[in-house]
Design a protein around this ligand. Structure first.
Ligand code: 1PR
Length: 567
């Protein structure tokens, strides 16, 4: 039963390989057109942009052999773009035709009443489930699976009856009902990523691979059941565990955690005057554990997503960052939910003078098993350049180049804002962004107002850019998500800065992740309720075992917010 995987050279296909290995299945990669003749089952894990996928297949001479493989009736499993490519075309890619197996067109989600990309865990619903007339293929109605896409096949049996006969399961985002999986004859394909959908996704892949090939190759068409939109969709709020990684003084990569970005233990000592004056000294880098072991723990405990940030990357070249690549590779073997890698995603020059573009650096992380890269300082510089050029990007920034190749959903921008206190009657530049009212700042600033200034290099340097200007700028350049840290709140445990998070949420249409300051499950409820963000991230409370991820999810459910519980 030779199982082959198809890779067109972009995106994270390593995760699928890791998943199959974990499940005990053997496979080979399609490396040329002839391999299609040897395959008796084929999985196509498409990640990224439709155009890149089709171009990648064409340039490798694989598009026609793929079409012939599917026409031959042998089992095919497509994932994400591997499903979309079955349709006639996608509005994402102009005139570029797809395989045309399914008579329909892929179009973008409307962002009128929701964030796009659709990113996160959504509940899936099997069509024809009651009749039991069609195989479930391991999909469980009501279980949550991980989606990340801006384009979708809408489910509309009245207006597109022939396409609807392929639909197998649907999901709802906002008021749009779209195809979550297709199943007919030898074709099975999912819009979501089973390899990133935790236990539910692994079970699904395993179920398909354990079916006899004859069964895999022969499924009936659907009966086009209507599925009108319901008042609420099935998307859950995401809980993300974040690990700040750096080398300690012995050179080992450790997970550390700062207070307002200071990651060293505080010690007491004397100043250099010799007069015995007491000062606080910087001690060792705080060590909260090993990155891969912690990542595995958070996956087991139900984190919806993990982030690994290389927090001193601005000091090093990518070559020196190789230990971080090894961390990503090892983490991706243990973790079957999305993995974001940040720190040092920028153009660099190796010690031997070789130029390595941000796109190459990101590509190395994707191939190691990362699903998204997170860009910090470089995003600030890119927006500064864009503003200086009158509001257009130069096409060469890390955000633009990575989004073009891997899709905008793979590009997160991590911002490190800091409050700048001003008088309450301040009327200068950015007066419309000034926050007034809350009394949670330092004692000396009580009663004042403030705006949020962007920083680079882990908060070490402030720039002439506000958080709203940065958020709008990176969205225009092509970022797919924004992670909002707060230097003022980091490590304090007093709660997320909801005024900050709300400012960013209102400034853009892409998903926003709240970060910094979580101290209790109630803080997550507060930030979701008050700001409408899609996800919230914490570090310290999880590392120190003060709050469990399950406690956070229970609190969300008690508050009427939906969370993924079916691990
Ligand atoms: O500029 O592209 O190389 O990226 C550097 C990345 O490293 C950025 O994402 C930046 O936020 C991060 N970073 C740099 N220095 C530090 C530091 O702590 N000294 N960490 C740092 C940022 C913030 C969050 C933290 C939350 C939640 N850490 O990662 O996890 O604040 O913490 P909490 O729940 O304990 O409050 P580039």
């Amino acid at each position: 039963m030779p199982l082959y995987l198809l890779d067109y050279g972009a995106g994270n296909v390593q995760s699928l390989a890791n998943t199959l290995t974990r499940l005990g299945h053997t496979f080979q990669w399609i490396s040329g057109p002839d391999d299609f003749d040897k395959a008796t089952s084929l999985i196509f894990p498409g990640v990224g942009a439709f155009q890149t996928a089709v171009d990648g297949l064409v340039s490798r001479g694989l598009l026609e052999p793929l079409r012939q493989y599917i026409a031959s009736g042998r089992p095919y499993f497509g994932i994400c773009i591997g499903m979309q490519v079955l349709y006639q075309s996608s509005t994402e890619a102009g005139d570029t035709p797809g395989l045309g197996v399914i008579p329909g067109i892929i179009d973008t989600f409307s962002s009128a009443e929701k964030s796009v990309p659709h990113m996160g865990w959504n509940a899936v619903e099997l069509l024809d489930a009651e009749q039991g007339a069609r195989p479930s293929e391991g999909i469980r109605t009501g279980a949550h699976y991980y989606f990340v896409h801006s384009f979708r096949a809408s489910y509309d049996p009245d207006r597109a009856p022939e396409a609807a006969r392929w639909a197998h399961a649907v999901a709802q985002y906002g008021q749009e009902v779209f195809v979550a999986s297709v199943r007919r004859a030898n074709v099975f394909a999912t819009q979501f990523h089973p390899e990133k959908s935790g236990a539910a996704g692994l079970a699904l892949l395993d179920a398909w691979l354990r079916e006899p090939e004859a069964v895999r190759a022969d499924a009936p068409a659907a009966s086009r059941v209507p599925r009108p939109p319901r008042p609420a969709d099935g998307l859950t709020k995401r809980i993300i565990a974040c690990m700040d990684v750096r080398a300690n003084d012995q050179g080992d990569l450790v997970v550390t955690k700062g207070d307002q970005y200071d990651v060293r233990e505080k010690g007491a000592g004397e100043d250099a005057s010799g007069e015995g004056r007491a000062v606080r000294t910087a001690g060792a880098v705080r060590n909260l554990g090993k990155p891969v072991a912690l990542a595995a723990r958070y996956f087991a405990e139900g984190a919806d997503e993990l982030a690994l940030l290389n927090i001193t990357s601005f000091r090093h070249s990518p070559l020196r960052d190789q230990p971080m690549l090894a961390v990503v590779r090892a983490a991706a073997e243990e973790v079957f939910v999305p993995l974001t890698i940040g720190g040092g995603i920028k153009d660099t020059v190796d010690p031997d003078g070789t130029l390595r573009s941000a796109l190459e650096v990101a590509g190395a992380y994707f191939r190691a098993g990362a699903d998204k890269v997170s860009i910090g300082s470089e995003a600030v510089y890119a927006v500064e350049r864009m503003r200086a050029a009158g509001g257009v990007g130069d096409g060469r920034s890390a955000i633009e180049t990575i989004a073009r190749t891997y899709g905008r959903q793979a590009v997160v921008v991590s911002i490190d804002p800091k409050r700048v206190y001003v008088d309450v009657d301040y009327a200068g530049p950015r007066a419309e962004e000034v926050v007034r009212g809350a009394e949670d700042g330092p004692e000396a600033e009580r009663g004042k107002a403030w705006w949020y200034q962007c920083t680079v290099s882990g908060g070490r340097e402030a720039r002439d850019l506000s958080v709203v200007e940065l958020a709008r700028g990176v969205e225009a350049l092509g970022a797919g998500e924004i992670l909002v840290n707060s230097i003022d709140r980091d490590g304090t445990g007093i709660g997320f800065d909801t005024a900050l998070v709300s400012l960013v949420r209102k400034a853009v249409r892409i998903p926003v992740v709240a970060s910094s300051g979580a101290g209790s499950p109630a803080h997550f409820v507060e930030v979701f309720r008050d700001t409408g963000v899609e996800a919230a991230l914490a570090a310290g409370i999880f590392h120190r075992n003060e709050v469990r991820i399950a406690d956070v999810k229970a609190a969300l459910e008690d508050a009427g917010l939906s969370a993924r519980r079916d691990m």
